[in-house]
Design a protein around this ligand. Structure first.
Ligand code: ZN
Ligand code: ZN
Length: 416
């Protein structure tokens, strides 16, 4: 085996020197296929070697704690790759012989072999070895056409093809077992971190996962061409949007007699002169910019304190844009008014162009509809908004973005 591998090594080394540019397109494609087949065959040989080394406990005699750890050092792999190699070697080893033959023959790739081996194990458990052998035959044939992901999906219904009489019962049993597991394992942990942030971890059952996706997926799309948030940030903001909407309905259960809502406490000076900070009622500190932004939002209740700490202003007084005024605003703007944004009105807050804490009036000419993302954008960047000659909002980009500062408008929302 060593001699043969050395010969193969020499042969491959001479290919590395060959000039690919001199080949015709047809030869290039043939070369691509050949390298892939060779790669898979070589991987099969390596898996057999790893399996044998693992079985003999070589890692321990070499002073390592496990085969994974030893492979990591020996081959300078990262831990995940070393673990994958050991796992793959084990699952191919216990798979029906047809899987190993297909792998050694270069008929299936290593990843496909893993899928087939996994499926064979499931089928053996539910329908016996004979049916599993049949399933392997079908899957090896399919592997000529389908990538590992698709193959796995098709493998989950393999009994339809090889044992239709068992299929429904097995599928129902598998589904019931999966459902019981999901119900038992469902949980959501919210752990507070020292800097006021929360860490969310958990596992949702299928139904709740469906609800979450239905609620946040449409909100997780980029909000226009200027949106530079990464997908994780967009999902985070979508969750905030969903919570804001739920609070705005006023239908959440009371908490201690008060309606469920977020209360922001701030000093009057903080709001008017953008000094100092605010605090959320759960005890988190906020920057002045954030306090001013939250104070626009009807889902959040600002409690403004005077110099001596007396409460000057609590609650939804006339400064908040609600009721008929909000409806008029929705008619005028049709959704988030920021250029290029397609968010409809229900995801939008009414922003005061001239902040109410600075004496800005609460009327249609001082309001603009903005989604959560663009509301943040207006408060925390150098973009500004004003009403244009035709009474529609227009947005002025910062000078670093557009030296001429030509106002931009949203042309997305159709108006009648
Ligand atoms: Zn605002
Ligand atoms: Zn927007």
């Amino acid at each position: 085996m060593i001699d043969e591998l050395a010969r193969a090594d020499n042969a491959v080394a001479s290919c590395a020197d060959a000039a690919a540019w001199a080949l015709s397109e047809r030869e290039l494609i043939a070369a691509l296929d050949a390298t892939h087949r060779l790669q898979q065959r070589l991987a099969a040989v390596q898996l057999a070697v790893v399996r044998e080394l693992d079985g003999r406990g070589t890692a321990v005699t070499q002073g390592a704690s496990s085969t994974t750890v030893w492979l990591r050092d020996r081959l300078r792999l990262d831990v995940a790759a070393a673990r994958r190699l050991v796992g793959l070697a084990a699952s191919v080893d216990v798979a029906p012989p047809a899987v190993r033959e297909a792998l050694a023959g270069g008929v299936v790739s290593v990843e496909q072999a893993r899928v087939i081996a996994d499926t064979a194990a499931t089928v053996t458990a539910s329908a016996g070895a004979e049916v599993a052998d049949k399933a392997v035959g079908v899957l090896v044939e399919w592997a000529g056409q389908f990538d590992p992901t698709l193959l796995r999906r098709m493998g989950s219904r393999i009994l339809d093809h090889v044992a239709p009489d068992l299929s429904d019962a097995a599928a129902a049993a598998a589904l019931a077992a999966e459902d019981a597991r999901a119900t038992r394992d469902r949980h959501l942990t919210i752990s507070e971190q020292t800097d006021g942030r929360l860490r969310l971890t958990g596992t949702l059952d299928a139904e709740t996962a469906g609800l979450l996706r239905a609620a946040i997926d449409p909100l997780s799309a980029p909000a226009g061409p200027d949106d530079t948030r990464c997908p994780g940030q967009r999902r985070h903001d979508a969750l905030a949007d969903v919570c804001r909407l739920a609070l705005r309905t006023g239908e959440l259960p009371d908490s201690g007699g008060d309606p469920a809502q977020v209360v922001v406490t701030t000093g009057y000076d903080a709001l008017t002169r953008q000094l100092g900070a605010g605090a959320l009622d759960i005890g988190l500190q906020l920057t002045p910019d954030t306090v001013r932004r939250l104070a626009c939002d009807a889902a959040i209740l600002p409690a403004v304190l005077g110099g001596a700490g007396q409460v000057l202003d609590v609650g939804r007084q006339r400064r908040l844009i609600t009721g008929p005024l909000r409806r008029a605003l929705v008619l005028r703007d049709g959704g988030c008014a920021f250029p290029g944004c397609d968010r409809p009105p229900r995801w939008c807050a009414a922003h005061h162009i001239h902040h109410w804490a600075d004496g800005g009036p609460t009327n249609l000419t001082n309001a603009v509809l903005l989604c959560g993302h663009h509301h943040r954008h207006i408060h925390h960047t150098e973009w500004t908004v004003r009403l244009g000659d035709n009474g529609r909002p227009e947005f002025v980009p910062p000078a670093w973005l557009d030296p001429d500062q030509v106002p931009r408008r949203n042309h997305y929302h159709r108006r009648t």
